[in-house]
Design a protein around this ligand. Structure first.
Ligand SMILES: NC(=O)c1ccc[n+]([C@@H]2O[C@H](COP(=O)([O-])OP(=O)(O)OC[C@H]3O[C@@H](n4cnc5c(N)ncnc54)[C@H](OP(=O)(O)O)[C@@H]3O)[C@@H](O)[C@H]2O)c1
Length: 184
């Protein structure tokens, strides 16, 4: 756990890791007009493998960008609109409450990862508390309106780096890798 971690102050000894999973262009764009800026079928399969069975935390705009509820994963959605209704998702107006419930669900399901699945606002808010990043670097530079902050790479160890050629339903080649937070 990335300590000290006031966000988790009343979560006793979280057993799960907080993990972000994202796909970004070389220039750190993740979204455009409420959608992904590319079609990468192979990376969607990778995303499914990483997130299946695990609680998925997301912002309201990312929720609205999904084609529907992703099967087999609890959806936890953050919005400032207390009246927001989203069938198949649990709604939170407080970031801390969403994270706490994510850890609780991980415990109930016996999984060791809580997944932060976007978008830019939620990645940014939870980055200081994120233990592992599962990153896809899409081999292109694109325009977009949702973008990741620069990472301080001294804080991260890069593992599991793998290059992928573009498959028949991929717009670009891409690289998958894991970034593990180095302990202070
Ligand atoms: N490439 C990738 O890996 C990836 C992954 C996910 C998403 N995306 C893309 O990213 C874009 C969406 O990202 P985004 O940054 O625009 O939106 P977002 O992070 O998905 O959602 C933002 C919304 O979350 C709510 N929110 C944020 N902070 C909050 C807080 N502290 N308390 C309560 N609610 C809060 C607000 O909802 P309300 O406005 O309802 O109050 C806010 O408008 C889309 O283009 C999507 O396709 C890309």
């Amino acid at each position: 756990m990335a300590a000290p971690n006031p966000l988790f102050k009343d979560i006793a000894e979280p057993v799960a890791k907080l993990c972000a999973v994202w796909a970004r262009s070389r220039n750190r764009v993740i979204g455009r007009d409420g959608d992904l800026p590319w079609r990468l079928s192979s990376d969607l399969k990778h995303f499914k493998r990483l997130t299946s069975g695990k609680p998925c935390l997301m912002g309201r705009k990312t929720w609205e960008s999904l084609p529907g509820v992703l099967p087999g994963r609890p959806h936890l959605v953050l919005t400032r609109d207390a009246g927001y209704a989203a069938e198949g998702a649990d709604i939170f107006t407080d970031l801390h409450a969403m994270v706490a419930r994510g850890f609780e669900l991980a415990g109930e399901r016996g999984v060791d990862e809580v997944m932060v699945i976007g978008g830019a606002q939620i990645y940014k808010a939870l980055l200081p508390h994120t233990d592992i990043i599962f990153e896809t670097v899409v081999d292109t530079e694109v325009d977009g309106d949702a973008r990741l902050p620069e990472l301080q790479m001294d804080d991260w160890a890069v593992t599991n780096e793998k290059h992928h050629k573009a498959g028949p339903r991929d717009d670009f080649p891409f690289t998958t890798r894991s970034l593990m937070r180095l302990k202070a």
